[in-house]
Ligand binder design. Structure first.
Ligand code: ZN
Ligand code: ZN
Length: 361
C-alpha cells in the first residue's frame, strides 16, 4: 500500500471513498517523491467520469479502498525530474486514465498504451513501485512524464479537463477510422451526453455531416442550435429511423444504458462502421441480418494512446474545442455523484480542486 512504501513521503489532501457505499470523504494520503522521469502537478481541476462512480462503489469488483478517483486531471507543473525534457515548471498539463504500462509490448511501442495488457490506471491500480494509485480528486499528483500531455494556452484548464477521458474516448475511434480526412462523410452520434457532445464538436470541426441519434426529443434543439449538428433522429420514432436507413458512413455509440444495436446498424451504409464507446453492463442485442446484408462492422474502443491524446489536445487548441461543464466545489462531490448517476448534468461535472485550498476539508 502507498502509505507504507518508503519513498512515499509527500502528504496530499484529497477525497476518497472508504467502502462500497461510494460516499466520498476528505482523505489525506502520501504520494511518492518526484522521480527522475516524473513531473509533479498541482491539480487545479478534475472532471467527473461515470467510471468514477463504478470505481467508488466497486461495481466492477476491482476497487481498493480508500479509493481516490479521478482521471480527467489538469494543473500546473511544479517540479520535473532530471530525465524529463518535454515539461518545465509552470507548464499547463493534463493527466488521463493511464498511470503506467509495460513500455515494451507491441502496443506500448506503437503508442497505443491503452491496449497494453499491463496498463495501470490512475486509480485502484498498482504502479511500478508496487503502490496503489490514487487519482485526481486531490490537490497534487506525481506522474511519469510519458503519461502527461501539454494543454494548449488557448484552452481553459477547467473545460479542458474532461477531454482527457470523454474527449479522447471519441477522438480515438475517429482517428482510427480516418474521420479527420474525409470531410462531407456522414457521422452518427448515438447519445448526447459527456462523450456524445464532444463527438459532435469534433465531427463539425473535421467537416463531417453530423446526425445526433437520441431517445429524448428535448435534445434536438441543443444538438442543432448549440452544437451545430446537421440532423437529429429520434430513435423512439420508427418513421424517423426509417428515413435514416443507409444514410451514415460511421456511428459512434456513446450510450451506456442497454439498447439494441440493430436499429443503429440499419442507419449505416453498406460497409459502414459502428464503434461502441459506451459500456452497457449487460450484453447488447446484435442481430445478424443488418450485419450480413450491409457488410457492416461493429467495433469497440477505449480512450487513446498518449501520442494521440496530445494530438487531440493540439487539435482542440486549434479549433477551440472544450467540454461544456458545470463546475462543482469539492464539498459537493457527493451531490454531484448522485446527479451524475441520474445523468443530470450538462455535460460534465468538473471539480474545482483549487477551491478547497485554505479550507479545513
Ligand atoms: Zn473516464
Ligand atoms: Zn505494454
Amino acid at each position: 500500500m502507498a502509505q507504507t512504501t518508503p519513498n512515499h513521503t509527500q502528504t496530499v489532501p484529497g477525497w476518497a471513498a472508504m467502502d462500497s457505499s461510494g460516499k466520498m470523504h476528505p482523505f489525506v494520503f502520501k504520494r511518492r517523491e518526484n522521480g527522475v522521469d516524473d513531473v509533479t502537478i498541482k491539480i487545479l481541476y478534475c472532471g467527473m467520469c461515470h467510471s468514477d462512480i463504478h470505481y467508488a462503489k466497486n461495481e466492477w469488483g476491482i476497487s481498493v479502498y480508500p479509493l481516490v478517483p479521478g482521471h480527467e486531471i489538469t494543473g500546473i507543473v511544479t517540479q520535473v525530474g532530471s530525465n524529463v525534457g518535454k515539461f518545465k515548471v509552470g507548464d499547463r498539463v493534463g493527466v488521463g486514465f493511464i498511470a503506467a504500462s509495460c513500455l515494451t509490448c507491441e502496443f506500448c511501442e506503437d503508442d497505443q498504451e491503452q491496449y497494453c495488457e499491463q496498463m495501470q490506471s490512475n486509480c485502484s491500480s498498482v504502479f511500478w513501485d508496487g503502490s496503489i494509485t490514487y487519482g485526481g480528486y486531490s490537490r497534487m499528483m506525481v506522474a511519469n512524464n510519458r503519461y502527461v500531455v501539454h494543454i494548449p494556452d488557448s484552452l481553459p484548464l477547467d473545460s479542458a479537463a474532461p477531454l482527457l477521458c470523454a474527449g479522447i474516448s471519441v477522438f480515438g475511434p475517429m482517428k482510427q477510422h480516418n474521420m479527420m480526412e474525409v470531410p462531407g462523410k456522414k457521422l452518427g452520434v448515438v447519445g448526447l451526453g459527456g462523450l456524445g457532445h464532444i463527438a459532435v464538436k469534433f465531427g463539425k470541426a473535421f467537416g463531417l455531416h453530423v446526425t445526433v441519434i437520441s431517445t429524448s426529443p428535448s435534445k434536438e434543439r441543443e444538438a442543432r442550435e448549440v452544437l451545430g449538428a446537421d440532423n437529429f433522429l429520434l430513435s423512439t420514432n420508427s418513421e424517423h429511423m426509417k428515413e435514416g436507413i443507409r444514410t451514415l458512413d460511421y456511428i459512434i455509440d456513446t450510450v451506456s444504458a442497454n439498447h439494441s444495436l440493430g436499429p443503429m446498424l440499419m442507419l449505416l451504409k453498406v460497409r459502414g462502421i459502428l464503434t461502441i464507446v459506451g459500456a452497457p453492463e449487460k450484453p447488447m442485442e446484435l442481430p445478424s441480418f443488418p450485419l450480413i446484408f450491409g457488410n457492416r462492422t461493429v467495433s469497440g474502443s477505449i480512450i487513446g494512446g498518449m501520442k494521440e491524446t496530445q494530438e487531440m489536445m493540439d487539435i482542440c487548441g486549434k479549433h477551440n474545442i472544450t467540454c461544456d461543464i458545470e463546475l462543482v466545489k469539492p464539498e459537493k462531490i457527493n451531490e454531484a455523484f448522485d446527479r451524475l448517476a441520474r445523468n443530470d448534468v450538462r455535460y460534465r461535472f468538473v471539480i474545482d480542486i483549487a477551491a478547497s485550498e485554505g479550507s479545513k476539508m
